[in-house]
Structure formats: C-alpha cells, structure tokens
Design a protein around this ligand. Structure first.
Ligand SMILES: Cc1ncc(COP(=O)(O)O)c(C=O)c1O
Length: 483
C-alpha cells in the first residue's frame, strides 16, 4: 500500500491521464489519501468498498468554469452543497464520479430519485430504444408506451386505484390531485400538515408548510394541522392524539365539509419525519365524514423505498383516494403521475385536461423499465434488509455521539437529526455542515434537510449494499469524532 502511494505520487500529468483510464482509479486514489492520514493521526480512515468499474475519461469544463457560467446565466436562487461544489460527471449504480474520476458513494440518490441505481442498463436501454423509435407525439395519437406503463402502474396499486394521469413533476402531480379533490367534492378547503413539502406552484405552495419554501404570494384554501412528529411533536408517538387536531380543524376552521387531506407518509424535505403510528386511520375517518378525499403524496416514499411496502401509505394500513408520485418513478427521467379511481377521475371530463409532455413515450418507457427492475432485482426486499441494517448501525452511533438526537425512517429513507443539546433539542445547524463536508472528503454524499437544516437525509439508490451502509456509517462516525 505504502509502495503504491509513493509510486502514485511520482506519476506525471500525462501518465496520470493514462492511469485514469485504468480500472478503479478513484478507489486506489482514495486508498492513497487514507493511508497518509492514517499514518499521521493513527486513526483508521474508512475506505470505499471495492467497485469494479472505471468511468470514461472526462474532458469537459472544470467545476470553476461551470460555476462561473452558472453564476452569470442561471437563477441566483440555485444553490449547491459543499464549500467547493462538486462537478459530478458520471454515475454508475450507487456511485457517482467527479471530473477527476474520484468515486463517491451516493447516499442521497438525486434526492430519493435514482431508485434503480445511476444509469441502470435496462432503464438506459429502454430510453435509447424509445428515443430512436419515437420520441414525442402527444396523447392525440395512440402509442403503446403510455398504455403499457399505465397498466403496469395500476397493477401496483391497491383497491380501485387504476386510472393514471401522467405529469412532468411532483409539483404538477400534486396541483392536479388537489384540483381533482376540489372538483369532486365541490369544496375548497384542503388540510395539509405543518412541515410538509408538496411543491412550489400556486396550489402546492399553499399545501407546503415551511416558511423557507413559501413565497409571499396568494396561497388560499389550505389549513395546516399539527405535525404528528414523534421526535419534536407534543404527543410523541401517540398518533391518535395528533389526529384529533384534524377533526378540530374541520369543525372550527371550515364549514364542516372539506375537499381533502394531503400527506407524505414520511416527510422528506421536512427531515425524514415518519408520521406517528396510528395517525392515518382516524384522520382518514374524519376526512371521509367531512366528505373529503385523502391524497397520499408518494413522491419520496413510493417505489419500494420504505422496504416494508411498495407505497409509504401502506405502512399505516389505509387506502387513499388519490396517490401522487414523481422522483423514483422514472429513475431520474422527468415524470410524475396521479392515480385515482375511475369515478373520481371522471371529474376531468367536465373540461379539457391536457399537457404536452405528460405521458411522453420516452418517459413512460423509462418508467415501465423501472418497475421491471425493482421487481426483478428485489429492490424492495433489499431496501428493507439493507435499510434495517443501516438504521441499526446509525442508532448504535447515537450511543457514541451526543450530537445525534434522533435516528428515524424506514427502509432506505432514513434521517439522522443533529442537536447540540439532547434535552433542549437545539438544532446543530453549523456542525451538520462541517460533518457533511468531512464525509464528502471521505467519499460519502448525503442529503440535508428539516426545517432547521439539521437533519441528514439518507435516501440512496435501492441497490445499496451492507458494505456501502458500513462505509457510510464509518465515515459519519469518523467525521463526528473529528468535530
Ligand atoms: C413529497 C414531495 N412532493 C412533491 C415534491 C415536488 O416534486 P418536484 O420537485 O418534482 O416538483 C417534492 C420534491 O421534493 C416532494 O419531496
């Protein structure tokens, strides 16, 4: 190892370029830095699991060049992770590669999106095949791609949920779902949860309930119930007590009749908050009594991510009236969907409802391939097995590091909340940035969220292995010990 490190240092630029074409450049390069650090401090630095793959040589613009252009030509509202933003140029299953060929373990999955793994060959092939056959025609003509995928998606749904509308994003899916609920019930009032994120267009920004994601524009017709947050909520894990607030909102905040209730089974942007157990069944009853529809937003928790079930809402045993989805549906292809019953879907025949790209053959071909990969590769089972193992290891880390206030979630949608005082639950907002930066230096990328920005969001591709889980936890452990 030592010998290798020395000879690697001697490589000239030209040789270095040649070397980059060799297998596992990034892995060996990291071993070198690990060995050096280990020598200095005597602390063992975690090492990326082996992965027999080398990305092609990158000869595009550098991170600095891209950043300069981005600053000049793109919206100033766009932000990046890390002090020195990463230029990610290649992806392969659960790994990402930067411009120098350095490999990173992807613990965020493009924000809970790349469920099958980066550039999964089957999904790529489906996209190529459809693109070279017919890229776009609109739904004004027949094409089998949209119909085949709709039928396959409907087969994954419980009850009478079998009519699919395709959209281009999660926001658009939730906008449509809320409009359908309003049309069907003839009511305007929708109940959402505090700390929710449902999108950023006119209606969905109303349903989103975190001030840092809401602009000061008209957002009416949404009431926000107390969040059934087991860690920070006043009733802890008692879902039934939180459910009473929905009943109260209906009685005291509306005419007694509502259009619906929208929820994420596990709040993603809000910091991986799983709704307290036994919350949804009583809420479902209150909403039904008030004539409303129940909308499950499965944008983050759907497509096998929770491991125990294909959809997040199934973990609390209810069947919603409308289910919305995006992100994982296309493994990174822009695609969303709303699924509901034939009776409810009928309201859209009152006028024309159409969008140019929804149900595009390339996107639906990708979506269909995703379903097949999840099934064939047992990704739900893997999310359950590896996710449970990862959660166990993260929970054990809590005994070692006082900064960990809570470990939560299920399957491969996990959260680690950092606090500077466990009793007061003071958000560790600056410390999380430092740890995240150190983890990145070790080769692990994780997400961050929660209203106070103090929660690690771990939502990797569902092909994550136990070795990957060990590496992620070891890197977090190491980074926390260096605080
Ligand atoms: C639960 C949930 N719903 C809806 C959305 C909006 O999806 P999109 O960004 O595709 O519009 C998001 C995005 O993060 C989300 O997490």
């Amino acid at each position: 190892m030592q010998k290798f490190a020395t000879s690697l240092n001697r490589l000239t630029t030209a040789k270095d370029q040649l070397f980059r074409r060799c297998r596992c450049y990034s892995q060996l390069a990291q071993r070198q830095s690990s060995a050096e650090e280990s020598g200095e401090s005597g602390v063992r630095v975690p090492i990326l699991p082996a992965f027999d793959y080398s990305p092609p040589l990158y000869d595009g613009p550098t991170a600095e060049e891209i950043l300069k252009k981005r600053k000049e030509f793109l919206s100033p509202s766009m932000f990046c992770f890390y002090k020195k933003p990463l230029n990610i140029v290649h992806g392969k299953m659960q790994y990402l590669f930067d411009e120098n060929g350095r490999r990173f373990l992807d613990g965020f999955g493009g924000i809970a999106t790349v469920n099958c793994g980066h550039c999964h060959p089957d999904v790529v092939q489906a996209i190529i095949k459809q693109t070279t056959t017919l890229q776009h025609s609109t739904i004004l003509y027949l094409n089998h791609s949209i119909a085949d995928f709709a039928a396959a998606l409907a087969a994954k749904m419980p009850g009478d949920l079998k009519v699919v509308f395709f959209t281009n994003s999660g926001t658009e899916a939730n906008e449509l779902a809320m409009m359908i609920a309003r049309l069907y019930t003839g009511c305007q009032d929708i109940i959402s949860l505090r700390n929710a994120y449902h999108g950023n267009a006119a209606g969905t920004m109303g349903a989103t309930a975190q001030s840092n994601w809401k602009f000061n524009v008209v957002q009416n017709g949404v009431h926000h119930a107390i969040n059934p947050d087991p860690y920070r909520g006043v009733f802890g894990y008692d879902g039934e007590k939180y459910a009473k607030d929905v009943e109260d909102l209906i009685q005291f905040g509306t005419s007694g009749q509502v259009a619906g209730f929208i929820f994420e089974a596990i709040q993603g942007v809000g910091g991986i908050v799983e709704l307290a157990p036994n919350y949804l069944p009583p809420v479902y009853n209150s909403i039904k009594k008030a004539g409303g529809l129940v909308i499950a937003d499965e944008v983050q928790s759907g497509f096998a991510r929770t491991g125990t079930n294909f959809w997040g809402f199934q973990n609390q045993g209810i069947v919603p009236d409308i289910v919305t989805m995006a992100k994982g549906i296309g493994n990174g292809i822009p695609l969303g969907a709303v699924v509901t019953t034939p009776e409810i879907a009928n309201v859209l025949t009152r006028r024309n409802y159409f969008n140019t790209f929804g149900g595009n053959p390339v996107c639906t071909a990708a979506g269909h391939a995703v379903l097949k990969v999840i099934e064939r590769e047992n990704l739900q089972e893997n999310a359950h097995v590896v996710g449970s193992y990862l959660k166990e290891r993260l929970t054990a880390l809590k005994d070692k590091h006082e900064i960990i206030g809570d470990v939560r979630g299920r399957g491969l949608i996990l959260g680690v909340e950092l606090v500077t005082d466990r009793k007061l639950k003071t958000p560790a907002k600056t410390e999380i940035l430092e740890i995240m930066e150190k983890m990145k230096d070790l080769g692990v990328l994780v997400g961050k969220g929660g209203f106070q920005g103090n929660v690690f969001r771990i939502t990797p591709p569902l092909c994550f292995t136990k070795e990957d889980a060990d590496f992620l936890v070891d890197a977090m452990d190491y980074s926390m010990s260096k605080l």
